[in-house]
Design a protein around this ligand. Structure first.
Ligand code: GLN
Length: 546
């Protein structure tokens, strides 16, 4: 293919319309027709990256192989496409300004007044084209965060206007996502918000080529015609995006609506039937489970779906792989006590203790680990979840009652989890954790090795604290084994209790790498263990009743 084609996805009317899912679904359809496709997200906030935002503000922070802390939409991109993303796939206003200001200090604009147009817009244009110029992609889909009309989105919309002009017809198009609300009192779907939002876009000189309309009800043909007429798009380019029960239905839905063929036609590219065989096999398994397991997700942000997005999605992939429905029960760690722990956890077939930062809810997590360790309930600890498993073991098995992480208590007499050596002189908070992909070597007889089917793995990290190797011998002798080590530094990346049904804690974040095409082996193994535990429990209670 001659040159990379660009698709911009903008949003109007409200936020949370699912731009990321539409972008990922379109990318899936293009990829399934043989086009090398990637997706990029531009976020109009001033933080240099979302790493310093708490999950209440912005949901989960997604980490890439190259150690970028990014928007959670990048997780969807990887889950749909099975292609990893990188730092270039997520750019914020903060990062744009930071690099323009650094250039100004270096004297790159010497003599000139540095302004939003052209300097900020040029920087945005460069960032958009980095992926295209790499030669790795035929099509780059750039999702612009926020809603048109927002003050902070203006430089991005202006950059899109310029790029459409620079790149020329058939090389860059705009897909605009809007909401078509249903007024139940009037019994009608309303097009006016869409008309206004297209008008707002046009005030910035940008014409939408395709409209994707989020709706709770089917859009009748006459309404599509009306939208097409008032919004300057062809009727075939008014695409309905109706609410569905799973995001994994959206690619098929967009295919039925012809989004891929409309887009390819506008880009002057040929379209063919996308190969969605594997995707549909996954959907088939996901929608027709043969059983169910209940997994407790213990964390302190459980009331928010987006906070543990990748974990929840990894369970969907692992459930489909095991042909069961994984019912995830969110359990707030802050309200867990020795008195109520049994009540809250006794019906579960597996427990996952989530990643996290800071002291809030930590004692509840430790209590939960004690219960599942003693009861033999399959346990999966991720990052902080692994660290609390070590603390619990030190306290209740080794008898080191005051054991803790120095993150929670800097003065603990038994710092079984301690700040990494490499972190000791770190002052800045942004982008300074141990981030990105690191090697790990697993021991032969471990559950983790069995799950991966390999001893050498690479997983992504995001933490400052680690297992304190001064306690390793003592802990291992008592039955908790360090079964995964970083081959260069000897940092403990995995702990397991072999005598338990399935007790695995990992310092890394396996959830980031789980995709529809490649469900993560540890999630698959954990769900399998939960299923076995459930069946075993049933067997025991049936035997007792006989
Ligand atoms: N707070 C812990 C640390 O920094 C764990 C981080 C996490 O769970 N991602 O080491």
């Amino acid at each position: 293919m001659a040159s990379t084609k660009y698709i911009f996805v903008t949003g109007g009317v409200t936020s949370s319309l699912g731009k990321g899912i539409i972008a990922a679904s379109l990318a899936k359809l293009l990829q399934a027709q043989g086009y090398r496709t990637t997706i990029q997200k531009l976020d109009p906030y001033i933080n240099v990256d979302p790493g310093t935002l708490n999950p209440y503000e912005h949901g989960e922070c997604y980490v890439t192989d190259d150690g970028a802390e990014t928007d959670l939409d990048l997780g969807h991109y990887q889950r749909f496409l099975n292609v990893p993303t990188s730092q270039s796939n997520n750019v914020t206003t903060g990062r744009i300004y930071q690099s323009v200001i650094e250039k100004e200090r270096r004297g790159e604009f010497l003599g000139k007044t540095v302004q939003v147009i052209p300097h900020i817009t040029d920087e945005i244009k460069n960032r958009v084209q980095i992926l295209g110029k790499s030669g790795d992609y035929d099509i780059v889909i750039t999702e612009i965060g926020g809603t048109v009309g927002d003050i902070e989105s203006l430089p991005y919309i202006e950059a899109v206007r310029q790029l459409k002009w620079d790149l020329g017809e058939h090389n860059a198009i705009v897909i605009h996502l809007t909401l078509v609300p249903y007024l139940s009192a009037a019994g009608e779907l309303k097009t006016k918000p869409t008309q206004h939002s297209v008008k707002t876009l046009m005030e910035s000189g940008v014409m939408a080529d395709v409209l994707v309309c989020r709706t709770e009800h089917e859009l009748p043909a006459d309404l599509k015609r009306k939208l097409a007429l008032f919004c300057n798009v062809r009727e075939e380019a008014v695409i309905q995006s109706i609410d569905v029960s799973t995001i994994y239905d959206v690619p098929n839905l967009m295919l039925q609506q012809g989004l891929d063929s409309v887009v390819l036609k506008k880009l002057g590219l040929s379209s063919s039937k996308p190969d969605l065989e594997r995707w549909n096999q996954f959907l088939q398994r996901h929608k027709n489970p043969k059983g169910e397991v209940i997994i407790g997700l213990i964390g302190k942000y459980v009331e928010l779906q987006d906070s543990y997005k990748s974990i929840l999605e990894a369970f969907i992939h692992a459930g489909a792989e095991n042909e069961v429905k994984v019912r995830v029960e969110p359990i707030h760690s802050e309200y867990m006590t020795p008195e109520n722990v049994a009540e809250k956890l006794k019906h579960l077939h597996g427990v996952l203790v989530a990643p996290g930062f800071g002291e809030r809810g930590i004692e509840g997590k430790i209590e939960a680990v004690r219960y599942v360790r003693e009861q033999g309930i399959p346990f999966f600890g991720i990052c902080l979840g692994m660290q609390v498993a070590v603390i619990e073991f030190a306290r209740n098995v080794l008898g080191l009652k005051a054991a803790n992480s120095t993150e929670m208590n800097p003065k603990t007499p038994h710092p079984v989890i301690d700040l990494m050596e490499s972190q000791k002189n770190v002052i800045d908070k942004g982008g300074t954790m141990r981030l990105g992909s690191w090697d790990c070597k697993l021991t032969e007889d471990s559950k983790t090795k069995i799950a991966y089917g390999s001893t050498n793995i690479k997983e992504r990290h995001r933490h400052r604290y680690e297992f304190n190797n001064n306690y390793k011998e003592q802990i291992e002798q008592a039955g908790m084994k360090a079964t995964g080590l970083n081959p260069e530094t000897n940092l403990v990346e995995v702990v397991e209790i072999h005598e338990h049904n399935w007790f695995v804690g990992v310092q890394y974040h396996p959830e980031y790498k789980s995709t529809v095409a490649n469900p993560h082996p540890l999630f698959v193994a954990f769900v399998k263990a939960a299923l076995a535990f459930k069946q075993n429990k049933k067997g025991v209670s049936m035997a007792q009743n006989q």
